[in-house]
Design a protein around this ligand. Structure first.
Ligand code: CTP
Ligand code: MG
Length: 246
C-alpha cells in the first residue's frame, strides 16, 4: 500500500495577474510549483505523483520540474492536463491514478494546490495518517479577527469563532475519493475543494455507513497555520518569498 500525491497546477492565476500561470512564477529562486513538487517528493511512502497542468503550460512545466525528476528514487511522476475547474482538474488526476486505486496499490491520496509552496512534509504525514484512520483529513486553523461578508450584515457579537481556514493538502482513502468523484460526474456535482466533494457524496444516505468499507467517512481537521499560504494575490508572492528564503 502506498500513497499518491496530486499537485493541482491547472489554474491560470488571474488574481495574481502576472501574465503567466502563478504556479510558474519564480519565488525564492524556483517556480512556485517546483517548491510544491520538491516537498511532495520528500514525503515518505509516496510512490505515485500526478502534476495536473493547464493546456498550453506543458512545455514550461516540463522545463521547470525536469531537473527534480532526475533523482526521485523510483517514484513515478506523471503529468496530465487539467480541466476548466479545480474539480475537473481533480477528476483528471484521478483518471491518471484509477488503475492503481482500483487494484489497491494506492490506498490514500493527498491533493494539494501547487499554488501553496510552503506545505511541509510533516503536514502531508499528518493528513495521510488521519485519512487512513478516519477516511479524510484537511489542514485547518482558526480564523481570528472579525470575519464578514463584504457588504453583508455584521455578524453577532459572540467572541471566539468556530470559523476555520481550510487548506491543502487534503487526503482521503483512495476508494472513497474515487467513488465520490465518480458520483459527482454522474450527478453533475462540482466541489470547491476536494473535501466538499467527498462530504457531499458521504452525506447521501446510500453512501454512509458500513456498506462502504465498514466505516463512515469522517473528514477530520489537522492543525495547520497561516504560513501554508496559497499564492492568490500579488502580495502573496512577496510573503512567500520572505517565508521560503532562509
Ligand atoms: N486549479 C486547477 N485547475 C483549475 C483551477 C485551479 O488545477 N481549473 C488549481 C490552481 O492551479 C491552484 C489551485 O487549484 O494551484 C487553487 O486554485 P486557485 O488559487 O483559485 O488558482 P487559480 O484558479 O489559478 O487562480 P485564480 O482563481 O486567481 O485564477
Ligand atoms: Mg481559481
Amino acid at each position: 500500500m502506498s500513497a499518491a500525491v496530486v499537485l493541482l497546477a491547472a489554474g491560470s492565476g488571474t488574481r495574481v495577474g502576472a501574465g503567466v500561470n502563478k504556479v510558474l512564477l519564480p519565488v525564492a529562486g524556483a517556480p512556485v510549483l517546483v517548491h510544491a513538487l520538491r516537498t511532495a517528493l520528500a514525503v515518505d511512502g509516496v510512490d505515485h505523483l500526478v502534476v495536473v497542468v493547464r493546456p498550453g503550460d506543458e512545455a514550461e512545466v516540463a522545463d521547470a520540474v525536469g531537473p527534480l525528476l532526475l533523482d526521485h528514487e523510483g517514484r513515478e511522476v506523471r503529468v496530465t492536463v487539467g480541466g476548466a475547474t479545480r474539480h475537473a482538474s481533480e477528476r483528471a488526476a484521478l483518471r491518471a491514478l484509477e488503475a492503481e486505486v482500483d487494484d489497491g496499490r494506492v490506498d490514500v491520496v493527498a491533493l494539494h494546490d501547487a499554488a501553496r509552496p510552503l506545505a511541509a512534509p510533516a503536514l502531508y504525514d499528518a493528513v495521510l495518517a488521519a485519512a487512513r484512520e478516519h477516511g479524510g483529513a484537511v489542514p485547518a486553523y482558526p480564523l481570528t479577527g472579525l470575519v464578514r461578508r463584504h457588504g453583508g450584515p455584521v455578524p453577532g457579537t459572540g467572541r471566539g469563532t468556530r470559523t476555520v481556514a481550510v487548506q491543502t493538502p487534503q487526503a482521503f482513502r483512495a476508494g472513497v475519493l474515487l467513488a465520490a468523484h465518480r458520483w459527482a460526474e454522474e450527478t453533475g456535482f462540482t466541489g470547491t475543494d476536494t473535501a466538499s466533494c467527498v462530504a457531499a457524496w458521504a452525506a447521501r444516505p446510500e453512501h454512509g455507513g458500513p456498506e462502504h468499507g465498514g466505516a463512515e467517512v469522517g473528514i477530520v481537521a489537522v492543525p495547520s497555520d497561516a504560513t501554508n499560504l496559497k499564492v492568490t494575490w500579488p502580495g502573496d508572492v512577496r510573503v512567500a518569498e520572505h517565508l521560503i528564503r532562509p
